[in-house]
Each structure stands twice: as C-alpha cells, then as structure tokens.
Design a protein around this ligand. Structure first.
Ligand code: APR
Length: 250
C-alpha cells in the first residue's frame, strides 16, 4: 500500500524515528550530484566503456595494463570530487537514529569522506588495492607504478584495485552483514540504484519479506518501484536533506 496522500517526507521521518534499525543501501546515483558518472544511465560508464573489457577477471588477465589505466582514470576523477548534500544527510541520519546500517555498492569512498564511519562495502573500494593471487591488501599510495611494469605483490601476484568485478564473489563479511541487516531492519531505503545487479539487488526484497517498510529514492522508476511503500522521484541530494529536516521537526 503506498502512502501518497500524506507528506512523503513526514511519513518517512516518522518511520525513521520509530524504527529500532534503519538500513540504507546506496548505488551510483547517490554520487551523481558529486560529478561521479553512474553506470546504466544514458550518459553512464557502460554507455562509453565495455564492462567485459574492464571490469572482470578475464579482462585483467588478458590486458592488465588496460584495466589499470581505466581504474587510474576513475581514481583520478574521484580524487577531484566531493561528497554532496545527500552524502552528508546520510551522516546526519547515522548520528540521529538508534541503529543505522549503511550498505553501498559504490567504490568511490564518498560515504567515508562525508563522515560515515561504518560502511558495508559490497563491491569493494577503489582507494584500496589487493594482490590478485594472495589477496594481500595494499593501501592507496603504498604501490609504485614504474614505467612499463605493473605493481606486483611480494608473492609474485599482480596487484589490482580492490573492487568486485563481474562474475566475482562479493566479500563474505560484507554480504553476511548486509543480509543480516536487511532481515532485521524496520525500514529499508534503496537510494540511487537501478536495483538490477545481484546479489546487492536482493537486499530490499529480503527486507520487505521480513516486514520492513520499503522506501526508494530515485528520479527514475526502477524494477523495485512497484514493491516500495514510498518511492520518491527526486535526486538523493535533494530528497535526503528534506528527510533529515522533517526528522528534526518531529
Ligand atoms: N539521486 C538518486 N538516484 C539517481 C540520481 C540522483 N541524483 N541520478 C541518477 N540516479 C539513479 C538512476 O536513475 C539509476 O537508477 O541512480 C541509478 C544508477 O543506476 P546504475 O548506474 O545501474 O548504478 P548502480 O545501481 O549503483 O549499479 C550497481 O553495477 O556496474 C555495476 O559495480 C557496478 O556497483 C555498480 C552496480
């Protein structure tokens, strides 16, 4: 049943205030207003690049230089952007609410830069690197790119960005934490995601099946929209500050 008649922000704020556990799951749309391209919109990354050439293991084995070049381009772009009001509104929700779990598919680290200390990273983090062979982590800045050679681990394996590629398993701890949160929350907010990439896209269905109130914030309709209790057709950088304001007015 949709709550259309009452002020939608007021309705969401009341649900947030009365909730024991709030879960937010974000996608690339949350970073769009910061200047980070999304993936599946008309001007998204997958309209310009082919994921099978850049975001999967075979591509990395076949042409690691090309994959590194693309991720260095994305890192450089992300290094120049800042969190937007939507990111900061989620930091406020984190401080205002009883129990708040932030899950993200994004690898841009903008939730952390904005101030969320605990972020469940389903698809990794572009600021981190790891050895493709032994999975040893290498923090940003701890690897050196020498002309004509790629960074290698002392085990001999190639170092790669610590992001989940198509066909790869998601980090076990992140998946477990996200699943448990979705099963135990009173309200689940799906924000800025096309809700088509699994297993992340399964989370709102798990929450809904477990009895959670389901909210979506996305300027466009998605596959998830018909299942939601409230679907806000607005940019997250506009809608989230409105929700925080409504919460503070309660
Ligand atoms: N505020 C909220 N949502 C927005 C905004 C905005 N300002 N601008 C665009 N959107 C919405 C779009 O309508 C779209 O539904 O954000 C969504 C972005 O969808 P995708 O580009 O598919 O990104 P995402 O859902 O995060 O993709 C999931 O796919 O390629 C993989 O690993 C990649 O993590 C990514 C995953």
């Amino acid at each position: 049943m949709r709550e259309q008649s009452r002020d939608q922000y007021q309705a969401i704020a009341e649900r947030l205030l009365s909730a024991n556990h709030v879960v937010v799951s974000t996608g690339a749309g949350v970073s769009k207003e910061s200047g980070v391209p999304t993936f599946r919109e008309a001007d998204g990354l997958w309209s310009k690049f082919r994921p099978e050439e850049l975001a999967n293991v075979d591509a990395f084995i076949r042409n690691p230089e090309r994959v590194w070049e693309w991720y260095q381009w994305r890192r450089d772009l992300i290094s120049k952007v800042k969190p937007n009001p939507g990111h900061y509104a989620l930091v406020e929700l984190d401080t205002l609410l009883n129990r708040f779990t932030l899950i993200t598919q994004n690898v841009d680290n903008l939730h952390q830069v904005a101030g969320n200390e605990y972020v469940v990273e389903l698809h990794g983090n572009i600021q981190r690197n790891k050895c493709h062979k032994c999975s040893k982590f290498f923090e940003e800045g701890s690897i050196v790119f020498e002309q004509g050679s790629l960074p290698k681990c002392d085990c001999g394996g190639l170092i790669r960005p610590d992001v989940v590629w198509f066909g790869e398993m998601l980090p076990e701890d992140a998946i477990q934490t996200a699943w448990i949160a979705a099963e135990s929350c009173d309200i689940f907010l799906s924000i800025g995601t096309s809700a088509v990439v699994y297993p992340a896209a399964q989370l709102p269905y798990i929450a809904k099946d477990a009895g959670a109130f389901l909210v979506e914030i996305n300027p466009e309709v998605t596959e998830l929209s018909p299942l939601t209790d409230i679907s806000i057709r607005e940019a997250s950088g506009v809608a989230l500050p409105k929700i925080v304001a409504a919460l503070k007015d309660l």
